[in-house]
Design a protein around this ligand. Structure first.
Ligand SMILES: N[C@@H](CCC(=O)N[C@@H](CS)C(=O)NCC(=O)O)C(=O)O
Length: 209
């Protein structure tokens, strides 16, 4: 049995979506947890075993897996029969790994820096910027409807989630816009977001005045 520590409407929402996309809900217990939010609400939950108190955190037996892209890779490798990953030996494996790691190593830092108005030659030199990230995505999506090949994968789920948070930063490129629409308009995501919003409303009602 697997256990996922999840805080509604956070980075762990992507993992809950993946679990729904993979239809492995019966194999993963999703445990709701709390964390300090940007608005000052919430607090670290001592019951969350993540070493930094963050989400997502996946527990599989005696093993803990942290970092969203590592968790997505772990789950899609663990259930290679579901079409959300690209197992070892698959022609798309290299591309799949590249996009999953590109998300954490480049895309998230670049978009967070943009959102926070941070600019520094070291940032530009190391990660480039959102224009370069968009060009990278545009080049891939000019050839295929999805990043790895012709089928939606956990890499699309992860990378498109950035534009769910930062809709004003969706690049103008029509191929990227159509891909974002395809990725954000999935029933699994709609269902997860509805449940997350309900859990957040419940949390607000219970919070002390
Ligand atoms: N790079 C990590 C980031 C995890 C992360 O920062 N999660 C936020 C929620 S969106 C969190 O747990 N924040 C609580 C804290 O920083 O204490 C990942 O993608 O898993």
């Amino acid at each position: 049995m697997l256990t996922l520590y999840h805080a509604p409407l956070s980075r762990s929402t992507r993992v809950v979506q993946l679990i729904a996309e993979m239809r492995i809900e019966d194999s993963v217990e999703v445990r709701l947890t709390d964390l300090p939010r940007i608005d000052g609400s919430g607090a670290r939950d001592p019951a969350n075993p993540h070493p930094e108190g963050k989400v997502p955190f996946l527990v599989h037996g005696s093993v803990g897996i942290r970092e969203t892209n590592a968790i997505l890779l772990y789950l899609t490798d663990l259930y290679p029969e579901t079409p959300l990953g690209r197992p070892v030996g698959h022609p798309g494996r290299g591309s799949y790994l590249s996009w999953l790691f590109w998300y954490g190593n480049v895309m998230e830092p670049v978009y967070l820096a943009e959102r926070q108005g941070l600019s520094d030659p070291a940032i530009a030199r190391t990660w480039r910027g959102t224009d370069e990230a968009a060009a990278r995505l545009g080049a891939a999506l000019a050839r295929h409807p999805y990043l790895v090949d012709d089928m939606f994968s956990a890499a699309d789920l992860l990378i498109a989630s950035t534009y769910g948070w930062f809709r004003d930063l969706i690049p103008e490129d029509p191929a990227i816009r159509a891909w974002v629409d395809r990725c954000l308009d999935r029933p699994a995501l709609t269902g997860v977001l509805e449940r997350d919003r309900a859990a957040m409303a419940d949390r607000t009602e219970r919070a002390p005045a």
